[in-house]
Ligand binder design. Structure first.
Ligand code: FMN
Length: 135
């Protein structure tokens, strides 16, 4: 199982309509490529994890990384993960975290969510906590 996670900054304000359109297309494409994962949007930043077969995940990421709707796409993790998928039930899970949310409300750490401050491991923990709170 191969995994890529990255952070980026939105180039535009995303309304709920923009996000659901993006997700609908992303889910259809990910389904077809057997790619699963989770996307979080907070305070103008995106955090996303993609998992599946290496060529599928890389193919999806290559398209995402040149999407003009976001910038400063920085890779957090890229490589083979141990064991099975961490997000098996989501062609792309999604959570919008309101700007002033305390991480405490999601993962039990008492500070404000700022996706850009997360390192690769905390980012994965955060994405997992978000995906669990969605089921
Ligand atoms: C933050 C963000 C996350 C995205 N996630 C996915 C995704 O998981 N899967 C996907 O196929 N496209 C995703 N997209 C859309 C792709 O960037 C791209 O628009 C889409 O795959 C269509 O590519 P094409 O126009 O080259 O055909 C995402 C875009 C953004 C801005």
């Amino acid at each position: 199982m191969f995994r890529i996670s990255y952070l980026s900054t939105a180039n535009q304000a995303f309304s709920s309509g923009d996000l659901s359109e993006l997700l609908q297309k992303a889910r259809a494409r990910n389904n077809a490529a057997h790619v699963t994962g989770m996307l979080v949007h907070s305070d103008g930043d995106f955090l996303q994890v993609l998992e599946g077969e290496p060529e599928d995940v890389i193919g999806v990421y290559d398209r995402i990384s040149v999407d003009p709707r976001h910038r400063d796409v920085s890779l957090l993790q890229r490589g083979l993960g141990f064991g099975d998928r961490l997000f098996p039930n989501w062609s792309m899970g999604f959570m919008r975290v309101p700007d002033q949310t305390l991480v405490d409300e999601v993962v039990g750490v008492n500070s404000r969510v700022k996706l850009r401050y997360l390192d690769a491991m905390s980012a994965l923990d955060f994405l997992l906590a978000c995906s669990r709170s969605q089921t």
